[in-house]
Structure formats: structure tokens, C-alpha cells
Design a protein around this ligand. Sequence first.
Ligand SMILES: [Fe+2]
Length: 326
Amino acid sequence: MNPLKLAHSVHKGLTNPNSQRVFELHGEYKRQYPSSMREEWKRVRRSWFGKRNPLPKGVLWEPHCHTTCSDGELEPGELVDLMFESGIEACSITDHGNQRAWNLLREGRWDKDGNYPLNERTRRGVEYDIILDTNGKCLTVYEPGGRSLFIPRSIEYMTEDGELCFHGVSEDFPVSSERMPLRGAIQAVKDLGGFAVINHVLLWEGIAWRRGEKAVEEAVEAGALGIEVNGAECWPQYHSSVAARHFARRYDLALIATGDAHKDYMFGRSGVAFPEDTFFEQIGNKTPPPEVMQEHLERGAYTTYLNYLNPFEFLEFFGFGISQQE
Ligand SMILES: [Fe+2]
């Protein structure tokens, strides 16, 4: 379908009267249902007036963010500090087309060039311990006193049809100058024991922008687990979030809120919360953290929090801000 037609049908309030899907609900942790453009606009507008949805209780996961290893602002080591300062317990570093930040942290390095030892540069003045899971899917960073941060081995990958996030792969996802087809890339992630999430579905780098709903169908058939509503898809792009909510319902995909964080003010603003009891019970049973996340996402045992950028942040992020011109 023509992407503009698809966008228009979303604006008109696309619905699927044939959907008989029953969602498994777990108390307050449940999938969030689709909304109309009008409802999404209310969410966008709230952010314009500085209103923030509070962080939910639970294990917080930052599912989509970038470091200096692609187009993000923070060094990998700064990101670790910020996650501990924000009380976030799981963070997927999803740089574009590389897993360098994850590999540098694994070696205990602080910056994108590996120049500084992490523990010499941390602004928190603590000694982190970094442990790699035996299956290679996740790093666990411990701070003295017992708090920990899970960092699944993740990547944001551009397929022939658009971008996806991959999480919890057991070895680096193979990246070459040639893009993989959508189906082949998702299969490769599954072969490496990870899971795939469809990113910003109706933006210019999203899979439905070029190929319409067919691409979403194909990703679902190949085994994509989730689809994101992206807090940077602010006005005038929020039709993409509405489309994601509809696709989540139609194809029974986990709906995952992300901040697509590039700048420091974008981290921790949107994400996913898992219930602490079942999450840590499974961690205690030695299930690798990315598999615990996957299992919770599959059965809808999570909640999301979404806070859009305000107009100043939006302009700054997209390169029109005052700080960019200094
Ligand atoms: Fe991204």
C-alpha cells in the first residue's frame, strides 16, 4: 500500500472489526490498546506543557538508545552512569549498525575509542564490576552495594525495508555493506537466540513507509515480537505511533514504548516496566535477562510509559536548536 494512503487511513481511525484476538492481561501490566489520532494528540500536547507521565513501578527497561558509537551524545561509560542515576535496571544500546559500545563496556572501557578505563572515568566515583553471561547475550554491570544494570547485546539494524531493533543475540549480529532482507534478518536474530522489534513503523526509515502493511505482515510471519511507539515521533509525526498501536493489536505484537534516546534529556523518558517479582524470580533461576524480557513481552506481562518530546526538544533534536547554532 502507498505509505501516504496508509497514513491517511490511520488519520481516519483505522480499525479492524474482524479482530477477535484476546489479550492476556496481568493486573496493571498489560498491553496498551490502539488509540485514535485525537487521543495520541492529547499525549503529544501534554508534553508541550511540561506534563510527564510518572515512571511506573517495576524493573525499568530503556529499549532503544544511542551512544557516540553511532549518532548519540553520550559515551558508553556516561550512559552506564546515567542509567544507575535514573534507577533504570535494563538498557539496550541500539546503535545504528554496530555493537561497539556493548563490546567496549564488556572490556571495561569508557569512551567510543576505548581510550579510558571505565572505572577511572565514571563520574559516580564507584568501581563497576562487569560480568558477561555464559550464553553471551547480556552484560550485567554491578555497582558496590548490590544494584545492577542488565545490558542485552542489541543493535538497531537497517534491513532492505527499514529499521528494526534486535535484542539479546548470543554473538554480534553480522553487519556488512549489503543490507539483509527483512525476513532473513529476523530469522538471523532468532538463530542467535534474540528477538526483533519493529521501529518507528511509519516514518521514512520504518518498514511500512516504503512497503506499507505488507512489510509488517512479513515481519510478523518471520517472527518479530514487538513494535514500538517512539517518543521522538512527536508532532507532526505521531501518525506513526498511532499506526504502531493499530498494528500491535492487529498482529498481536508487543507494544513497546521507547525514547529513541540520542541526547541526554531523552534517556529514561519512555520505556517498559516489568513486574519485579516474576522478573527477578526468573533471573534467580538463571534465565538470561533478555530471555526473561522476551518471555514477559510475549505474555503481555509489562507496562509502558511514553513521554513525547516538547517542541523545543524536538527542534533541538532535529538540528534546528539554538545549541546547534552556537
Ligand atoms: Fe534509533
